[in-house]
Design a protein. Structure first.
Length: 634
C-alpha cells in the first residue's frame, strides 16, 4: 500500500453556506481518517451580483496545480457561473486524476455521489396533496442547469400529473436557490393576479423561508392560509416558527463518501462509479403537521447563544480591523495590523500570498496574459502560532509558500483581489473559521480592499515621484533642468553657508550648436547636446551637481571646494571632450567654453549673483577663443 500522504483538492463556492458546511465536514472527517491533506479552493462568486467582482473571485481556481494533487472533489453544484463550471470540468477531466462530484452524472470520469432527490420530493408533494388537500400549488425552482433543481422540478411536475392537477406556468418561478429568489417569487405571484395557492413548494429551504417571511409580511398565515415547504432541512428551517416541512438529506455522508471513493481508488481498491444515498421528508409545522423537535429548549438556547456569541465576536473583530486598517499607509503597517487581528482567529497557520507585481498600477502588461497569478509569488505574512515569518519568492505552481510535510491538514485557499484584478490569495490552515464564521467573507473582503488602498497609495506616491522627476529633469539630456538645479543648488549653497566652506560654480556654453543644426540637422544637434551633457555629468564627482541651464548652457555647482578643484574640473572637462569626440567619430567637433569660480559665500551673497560671475568668466574665455581663431585664420 502506498504510504505517501495523499493530496486532495476540493473546488467549491459559497463555503460559508450550510450545505457546503455539511459537505466539507464530511470530507474533513474522511481525510483525517486516511491522514490525507485537503486543499480547499473556495470562491464567493455570485454572492454580491457584480460580474467584475465574480471574475476576481473565480481566479482562485486558476491557482490549482493538478500535477501536485492525487484527486479532486468538484462541487460544481455550488458554482452558479456556467462558463466557470464548464471550464473547471474540462480542467479536472484533462488532469486524469480520480475525481468526484455530488449529484452530477455529466461525465463518466467522475464518481457521482447522488442523493435521491426524487423520492423525497415526491413524498412531500404527495403529502401536501393527499393529507392536506392542496389543489392549487405554486412552485419555486432552482436553476434547471443544476441537476438537483432539475430532478426536484421534474418530480413536482410528475406528481401533479399523477393527481390530474393542472399547473399554470405563471405559478412557477425559477431562481438560483438564494433567499432573494423566495421573496421575488412571492412578489411575482402576487403581481399575476391569480387566486391564492393552497401551497407553495420550494426547491430548497433558503427560498422557502424567505417566501414564508414575504407572505407573512403581506398578512398571510402559515400554514392556515398557505402551506410552504422546503428542501434540505437546514438549521434555520428546523428552528423557524412554524418549523419548515422539508427534506432531510445525508449531506455530511455525501461529502465523506466522495472523499472515501477517491482515497480508496488511490489505494488500488476499485470503486463503484455511482453511490446513491437516501433522503427522507420531515413533516412539521409549515404544512400543518407536528413533529418532535430535533433539540430540547435547553439545547436550542445553548446553540443560539453560541451562534450569537460568535457573531458578536466576529463583528467586533471586523469593526476593529476596519478602523485599524484605515490608519495604515505602508505595506509593513498593513501586514502588521493584519497579523495582530489574525491571531484572534483560531487557526494553525495563516498566509497572505501576493503576486510579485501586486503593487504596480494595473495595465495590460501586468500579470500573465489571462490576468491571473504571476509565475512567482511572495508570502510577506505567514503566521504560525506565535511565530511570524515570510517567504521572498516561491513558484506559484507550488501553491503553498511552505510545503506541508504532515497529513490530515485542511487548508482553505481564498481569493485576494480588487474587482477583477488579482492581487494574490489567502491560506487558512486547520481552522473552522472559513466554515463557521458568517463574517469570513467580509473580513477577507476588508483585507483585500485595504491591500488595494495601499497599492493605490504606492502607485500614487510613485506617480508623484515620477511627476517630480519630470519637473526637475531635462528630458533630452537626462540631467537637472533649471527647476531641479534651483532646488539642488540651493541646498549646496546653504551647506557652504552653514559650514563656512567654498562653493564651486562652472558655467558652460556650447560652441557651434547652430552650425551643427544648420549643416547636419536638429537631430544631430540634440545628439551633440546629449553627449556634452554626459561629459558634464561625468565631471560631477563628490558634492557636485549639474544642470542644463538654458538651450545650450549648462552649469556645475559643488560644495566644500578648493581653488585647485576649479582647475582640475576644467582640465578634466576638456579631456573628456577630446575623448568623446574621438569615440563618436562625427564630422563635427563637440566644443564648449567653461568658466569657473571657487568662492566663499555669505549672508549678503545670492546664488544667482555668483552664477552671473561664473557666466562672465566663461564669456571672457569664449571671446578669447573666438579672437584666437580669427587671428589663426588671418
Amino acid at each position: 500500500m502506498d504510504k505517501k500522504i495523499k493530496e486532495i483538492a476540493v473546488i467549491i463556492a459559497g463555503i460559508d453556506e450550510e450545505y457546503q458546511n455539511e459537505v466539507m465536514e464530511g470530507i474533513i472527517a474522511c481525510a483525517k481518517e486516511y491522514n490525507a491533506n485537503i486543499s480547499c479552493f473556495a470562491a464567493f462568486g455570485g454572492v454580491i451580483s457584480n460580474s467584475r467582482y465574480d471574475e476576481g473571485e473565480y481566479k482562485i481556481y486558476d491557482l490549482i496545480n493538478y500535477h501536485r494533487l492525487d484527486g479532486v472533489i468538484l462541487l460544481n453544484n455550488t458554482i452558479s457561473d456556467e462558463s466557470e463550471k464548464e471550464k473547471l470540468i474540462k480542467r479536472v477531466t484533462s488532469s486524469g486524476l480520480p475525481a468526484a462530484a455530488l449529484d452530477w452524472n455529466g461525465s463518466p470520469h467522475f464518481f457521482n455521489v447522488r442523493i435521491d432527490n426524487k423520492k423525497a420530493m415526491a413524498e412531500i408533494v404527495n403529502h401536501v396533496i393527499e393529507v392536506h388537500g392542496a389543489k392549487t400549488i405554486n412552485y419555486i425552482s432552482g436553476p434547471l442547469s443544476n441537476p438537483e433543481a432539475e430532478d426536484r422540478y421534474e418530480t413536482f411536475l410528475a406528481v401533479m400529473a399523477q393527481h390530474s392537477l393542472p399547473l399554470d406556468a405563471r405559478r412557477v418561478f425559477f431562481g438560483d436557490f438564494r433567499a432573494a429568489d423566495g421573496r421575488n417569487a412571492v412578489k411575482a405571484f402576487c403581481r399575476m393576479g391569480l387566486s391564492d395557492p393552497d401551497a407553495i413548494i420550494c426547491a430548497n429551504d433558503a427560498m422557502a423561508l424567505a417566501a414564508a417571511e414575504e407572505l407573512e409580511s403581506a398578512g398571510y398565515r402559515i400554514p392556515e392560509d398557505i402551506i410552504v415547504t422546503g428542501f434540505d432541512n437546514i438549521y434555520n428551517a428546523r428552528h423557524h416558527r412554524p418549523a419548515l416541512t422539508t427534506v432531510k438529506r445525508p449531506i455530511n455522508e455525501a461529502g465523506y463518501t466522495a472523499c472515501k471513493l477517491i482515497l480508496e481508488e488511490l489505494t488500488g481498491n476499485p470503486q463503484e462509479r455511482e453511490v446513491i444515498l437516501n433522503a427522507s421528508p420531515v413533516f412539521t409545522g409549515s404544512c400543518g403537521c407536528t413533529a418532535e423537535a430535533d433539540l430540547t429548549a435547553d439545547e436550542y438556547m445553548r446553540s443560539t447563544y453560541s451562534l450569537i456569541n460568535r457573531w458578536r465576536s466576529d463583528v467586533s473583530l471586523l469593526n476593529r480591523m476596519t478602523t485599524s486598517l484605515a490608519e495604515t499607509e505602508t505595506v509593513d503597517e498593513e501586514l502588521a495590523t493584519i497579523g495582530e487581528f489574525v491571531r484572534e482567529i483560531d487557526c494553525e497557520q495563516f498566509c497572505i500570498c501576493l503576486c510579485e507585481d501586486w503593487d504596480r498600477a494595473y495595465s495590460s502588461d501586468n500579470h500573465d496574459t489571462d490576468g491571473t497569478y504571476t509565475e512567482n509569488m511572495i508570502a510577506p505574512l505567514i503566521i504560525s502560532g506565535e511565530h511570524t515569518s515570510s517567504v521572498d519568492s516561491f513558484p506559484c505552481s507550488n501553491m503553498y509558500p511552505v510545503p506541508m510535510v504532515t497529513g490530515g491538514n485542511i487548508s482553505y485557499f481564498l481569493p485576494l483581489h480588487y474587482r477583477e484584478n488579482c492581487l494574490g490569495y489567502y491560506i487558512i490552515t486547520n481552522s473552522d473559521f472559513p466554515l463557521k464564521s458568517m463574517l469570513c467573507h467580509s473580513i477577507m473582503l476588508n483585507i483585500s480592499n485595504s491591500m488595494e488602498n495601499i497599492r493605490k497609495l504606492i502607485s500614487l506616491n510613485s506617480m508623484i515621484h515620477e511627476l517630480d522627476r519630470l519637473y526637475v529633469n531635462d528630458q533630452l539630456c537626462n540631467i537637472y533642468n533649471r527647476n531641479g538645479f534651483v532646488r539642488a543648488a540651493d541646498a549646496l549653497f546653504r551647506k557652504c553657508l552653514d559650514e563656512g566652506s567654498k562653493l564651486l560654480i562652472s558655467f558652460i556654453d556650447m560652441d557651434g550648436l547652430k552650425l551643427i543644426n544648420d549643416n547636419y540637422g536638429h537631430k544631430e544637434g540634440d545628439f551633440a547636446l546629449q553627449h556634452l551633457a554626459q561629459v558634464i555629468s561625468d565631471c560631477c564627482t563628490d558634492d557636485k551637481i549639474c544642470a542644463r541651464f538654458g538651450g545650450d548652457e549648462f552649469i556645475i555647482v559643488g560644495s566644500g571646494s578648493t581653488d585647485d578643484d576649479g582647475v582640475l574640473l576644467e582640465s578634466n572637462f576638456h579631456k573628456q571632450l577630446e575623448n568623446i569626440n574621438r569615440a563618436i567619430g562625427k564630422p563635427y567637433q563637440i566644443e564648449a567654453s567653461i568658466g569657473t569660480i571657487v568662492t566663499e559665500v555669505g549672508e549678503n551673497v545670492t546664488l544667482f549673483s555668483l552664477i552671473t560671475k561664473a557666466d562672465s568668466v566663461m564669456y571672457e574665455k569664449k571671446k578669447r577663443k573666438k579672437t584666437s581663431r580669427y587671428l589663426r585664420r588671418v
